[in-house]
Design a protein around this ligand. Sequence first.
Ligand code: CTP
Length: 421
Amino acid sequence: MNPSYQLISLLPPPLSNLLEQVTLLANQQGTALWLVGGVIRDLLLGVPLGRDLDLVVEGDVAALSAALVAELGANLRAAHPEFGTASLAFDLDGAAVVLDLARARREVYPQPAVLPVVEPATLEEDLGRRDFSVNAMALELRIVDGHLCAGEWHDPFAGQADLSQRCLRLLHQQSLRDDPTRLLRGVRLAARLSLHLHPATQIQIRHALSQGYLGLLSPERILGEICLALEEPQPLRLLAHADAWRLTPQIVPGLHATPHLAARLARYAAHPPRSVVLSQVVAGLLCYDLTVDDLHALTQRYPLPSPFARLLSDVPRLRDLGPQLHTDLCPSQIDQLLRPYSDVAIHVLHYAETGIAAQRAMHYLEEMRPLRLPLDGRDIQRLGIAPGPAIGKILAELRTAYLDGVIQTREQAEAWVINNR
Ligand code: CTP
């Protein structure tokens, strides 16, 4: 069945308005546009669309992107005229939508797992170079009577039928050898959209893993895929899929889905934090049970951005803090234990632990960390203390006394400083 008419009507109105304007400009230049890839898949499934949309352009990509910048105020994020690609951001009701334009192309992989050499090609060839059948459908955008309409529909690999059976199927035999990141893309898609593997794809995946194709990728490229995986809404599902595919040991040795991890991620999903980067918290929870050796190997293997590297190096100490936070502690002792750690690390501790330890971690973040003393360094100088290390020492002692309730007011704090100098 040709679903193209319904697909246009399923586009959210702000997006369909934008595509209408883009198609009008393209048609004025004699250029044809095709909506391809994830957006078609997600429209057919009726799931929310991503913020990046892919368009195949039959025409001059540079001329079209110049017109989109000039006429529609698009922000040109990247352009590679030699490959016929451009990435443009549009502001849609305060949220950025990115249109990735690309001339129809074929890809030649001179060696496994390296970036391909790209050549102009037909739309059919462009669809044939893609990863999965569900990502290889294209809908032509047309303007009829001034309005956005569906043009031709292309589904040469029966992606629509696969989608209706929730089946993930690679397009060709060399796919995973050409680009082993597709193993990680596949596991993300399968987990997010509840897709099962086509038997032939299952065999290809086993073969690719046994041949060690992932090892041919640079650590940067694997890390890029891991970062995308950390943004997925259901990290445990994703990990369970990666375990079932026997992918996890080649990416993060020592990691696997366990009931403990499931409980932690469920606590996180029930009350996600608001003030920290979620993917960092998820990474900390996933790695919470890794051995010191496995954590060290991870930080050696991947060029982790510094917040992730710091978090992973904190994990063994956070684990030790858990039991300590269950013991009898006064507020200033909790403060001393938790102060060296980032907000992300303490969130990880909060979700990883239960009972009083979890409560104390959250209480520390919400109440103790932001706490301001009734006196600051200048006030202490005014009370006759010379600038220097003594001020820091007094402030630390004052914080202890204040947290433990020995001092409650500014007057009491001043008296305490005068008596203790
Ligand atoms: N693609 C591919 N092989 C890759 C990367 C991308 O074949 N290694 C193709 C697929 O057709 C994919 C399209 O390029 O649909 C766009 O890729 P991307 O934007 O990364 O993913 P989406 O499919 O749009 O999915 P997501 O929702 O995860 O962004």
